[in-house]
Design a protein around this ligand. Structure first.
Ligand code: PLP
Length: 447
């Protein structure tokens, strides 16, 4: 409507005057003002419509404005907007029950946080106190959040400006077959070699000093590089062998994104701690948390857990989580994500890979896919450098947006991460836009 556009323009004007944005040079950005969103569609202040192929920051797993979740938030707001964490509250209790029901056996408690970064901070704190050890091993090519410890856990360029001496984090090389650090020829070899490397790292760092290994079950922003079969089960065996806690970061991969409730479910892995956020309530109200094993909970049975937040298990956020999980179940959204991946996105991306020399690899599952772009299919030289962009990626991004698709771009990759309930024809429409736009990337391929 006219008022929407007016609001959008005013919002944009004030944004440029007063809003300080994440990860940005403030004078070098031009934020798109979004005035309305419905399902997997968005509208900007210039009246343009987009298919949201990013699910925002890969969190609106149920799409925008799901009526059942909007209603649940409204009803909870009318009943009780907020309550301090020491009190029991039915919205928080029911959210915890539903989340533990979805989690593997033996993880029956939830500590709620405001998002993913603080979930990871608390998971590490719990692992350190439980084991009495300090070091944490995490992977390069990972993202675990923006707060001080979480960004130190992270293995991506955003850490460089935030490296904190004494953070107690040691990074290792993850299994990543397409860009294998170990020179592996295939997934089996990659899993074996990456596990041997991780065991070496554990032994060389001193297992008696290592509290936890933290891994994104399927690394998200760093490239949706699905772990080869056997890798995560191997990590579970290694951590058990050395008495190390296994923390699965499911902040992006969890809540149906990969076609299972949790990505670890693809491999039947049972971690000690699982962190979540984003998809738990599709970001309608900020929420994250840690799912805790019975064994770790026991550590804090008679001894206080030294940590907490004013908004731990906020009623509006947890009521939204309850409604989200119920809607996802009733509408079989996780099954739909699996089907979309196997029958629509996967096959379509394979065709795209065959038709475009700039496409080095497509990979993923469910509604969680990456298209990795290169200037040379032989050497696999990326179309933009690690941590940067390039003329080719900038032109490609503009072309995709100009044709009504909002993509998720990271360095030399396009991620295809729509809401799990996006109608098939919208998914196909978005993929066709990407397919045509990739002609631009092909111009940069050295022949
Ligand atoms: N962990 C992973 C895997 C993520 O993708 C993110 C955010 O993108 C985070 C943690 C941090 O979550 P938040 O931004 O809610 O703090």
């Amino acid at each position: 409507t006219h008022e929407d556009l007016e609001r959008g323009r005013r919002g944009k004007d004030l944004d440029r005057k007063h809003v300080f944005h994440s990860w940005s040079a403030q004078d070098r950005i031009d934020p798109m003002a979004i005035v309305a969103a419905q399902g997997s569609r968005l509208w900007d202040a210039d009246g343009n419509e987009y298919i949201d192929f990013s699910s925002q920051l890969v969190n609106t797993n149920i799409g925008h404005q799901h009526p059942a979740v909007v209603k649940a938030i409204q009803e909870q707001a009318a009943r009780l907007c907020t309550i301090a964490p020491p009190h029991a509250n039915d919205a928080r209790s029911e959210a915890a029950r539903l989340i533990t029901e979805l989690a593997p056996e033996g993880l029956n408690s939830v500590f709620f946080t405001n998002g993913g970064a603080d979930a990871n901070e608390h998971a590490v704190r719990m692992a350190r106190l439980h084991t009495g050890r300090q070091k944490v091993l995490t992977a390069y090519r990972s993202f675990h959040g923006g707060t001080t410890l979480a960004v130190n856990l992270t293995g991506d360029p955003r850490r460089f400006a935030n490296d904190t001496p004494g953070a107690g984090v040691v990074h290792f090389m993850p299994a990543y077959t397409y860009r294998s650090y170990f020179g592996s020829a295939d997934e089996t070899e990659e899993a074996e070699r990456a596990l041997r490397h991780l065991e070496d790292m554990i032994v060389l760092e001193g297992p008696q000093n290592i509290a936890a290994v933290m891994l994104e079950s399927i690394p998200g922003t760093a490239g949706i590089y699905t772990p080869p079969p056997g890798y995560l089960t191997g990590v579970r065996e290694l951590t058990r062998k050395y008495g190390i806690m296994y923390i699965a970061d499911e902040v992006m991969a969890g809540f149906g994104r990969s076609g299972e409730w949790f990505a670890i479910d693809h491999w039947g892995v049972q971690p000690d701690l699982i962190t979540f956020a984003k998809g738990v309530n599709s970001g309608y109200v900020p929420l994250g948390g840690v799912i805790i094993s019975d064994e770790i909970r026991q550590t804090f049975a008679e001894r206080a857990y030294p940590g907490g937040l004013t908004y731990s298990g906020h009623p509006l956020a947890t009521a939204a989580a309850v409604a989200t999980i119920n809607a996802m179940r009733e509408e079989a959204m996780v099954e739909n994500a699996k089907r979309l991946g196997a029958e629509v996105i996967g096959p379509h991306l394979e065709k795209i890979e065959a038709n475009h020399p700039s496409v080095g690899e497509v990979r993923g599952m469910g509604c969680f896919w990456a298209v990795e772009l290169v200037t040379d299919p032989e050497t696999r030289e990326p179309l933009a450098p690690y941590g940067g962009s390039s003329e080719a990626m900038d032109r490609l991004t503009a072309e995709i947006k100009g044709n009504g698709v909002l993509p998720f771009i990271n360095f030399n990759r396009i991620h295809v991460v729509p809401p799990l309930n996006t109608p098939d024809d919208e998914v196909v429409e978005g993929l066709q836009v990407i397919d045509r736009a990739l002609d631009i990337a092909d111009e940069y391929v050295e022949r």
